[in-house]
Design a binder for this molecule. Structure first.
Ligand code: NI
Ligand code: MN
Length: 229
């Protein structure tokens, strides 16, 4: 990986992100090979941790390949971690509970209203404190009222929310979620990968910023990066 001084968030399209500072890099839901929005190959991704929200192929994606080629630790629920451990990956499993600590900061699993893609498992999201910035990665989820609790239990700097609809929240539900999470910034994901999840991120941005003038929506184009201030 290229060492970055600031905290950088790169978007590979769909729900695939890479969060990097200096020599520490976390990848979220690395759906790379079959991702029509991604410009790179999984071989090019270097990271220390891979956070996987659930077992559907558009999220688990290239996890096993990247973990085995880089030695990265896969962070996931017990059931999903067990599945990838059988394929040779180093894993760190947890369930909904308290914060756990890593060299980069803390991490907490959050509930997600969605299928897990693994027998007996649950889908999840993550609240990560990465070198002082708090990022909520919602994973695939419908709207749920306990987002209010998430907003109370952490001061969220960046909320990464799905807006595609059909399989997850659409723009109207994500707008409601913003009201409960009270983040400083919102980053939309899980849209325009395929016709089923076609949405306008600019319309979403206008709606959020009109309704919540203190919140800013940052649209990251696929294969572009944002510096987190
Ligand atoms: Ni899914
Ligand atoms: Mn999905």
């Amino acid at each position: 990986m290229d060492p970055v001084k600031e905290i950088q968030l790169k978007y590979y399209g769909h729900s695939a992100f890479q969060l990097t500072k200096e020599n520490t890099s976390l990848v979220f839901d690395p759906f790379i090979t079959d991702n029509p929005l991604t410009a790179i190959k999984p071989e090019a991704i270097k990271c220390n941790y891979i956070l996987v929200s659930h077992g559907h192929s558009d999220h688990l994606g290239d996890t096993v390949k990247i973990a085995n080629q880089t030695g990265a630790t896969v962070i996931a629920t017990y059931e999903l971690a067990g599945l990838v451990a059988k394929q040779g990956c180093k894993t760190y499993s947890l369930q909904f509970g308290g914060k756990v600590s890593f060299d980069f900061g803390t991490l907490r699993l959050t509930p997600a209203l969605h299928g897990s893609g693994v027998p007996g498992g649950l889908a999840c999201g993550f609240i990560v404190n990465f070198y002082g910035k708090t990022i909520y990665f919602a994973g695939d989820t419908g709207l749920f009222g306990d987002m209010e609790l998430l907003g109370k239990s952490a001061t969220i700097d960046y909320a990464i929310l799905p807006i595609g609809g059909r399989y997850t929240m659409g723009p109207d539900e994500a707008l409601e979620a913003v009201g409960m999470l009270k983040p400083q910034y919102v980053i939309p994901m899980h849209y325009n990968t395929w016709p089923e999840v076609e949405q306008s991120p600019t319309e979403f941005k206008s709606a959020v910023e009109k309704c919540y003038p203190k919140v800013k929506v940052m649209i990251i184009d696929p294969n572009q990066a944002l510096i987190l201030n």
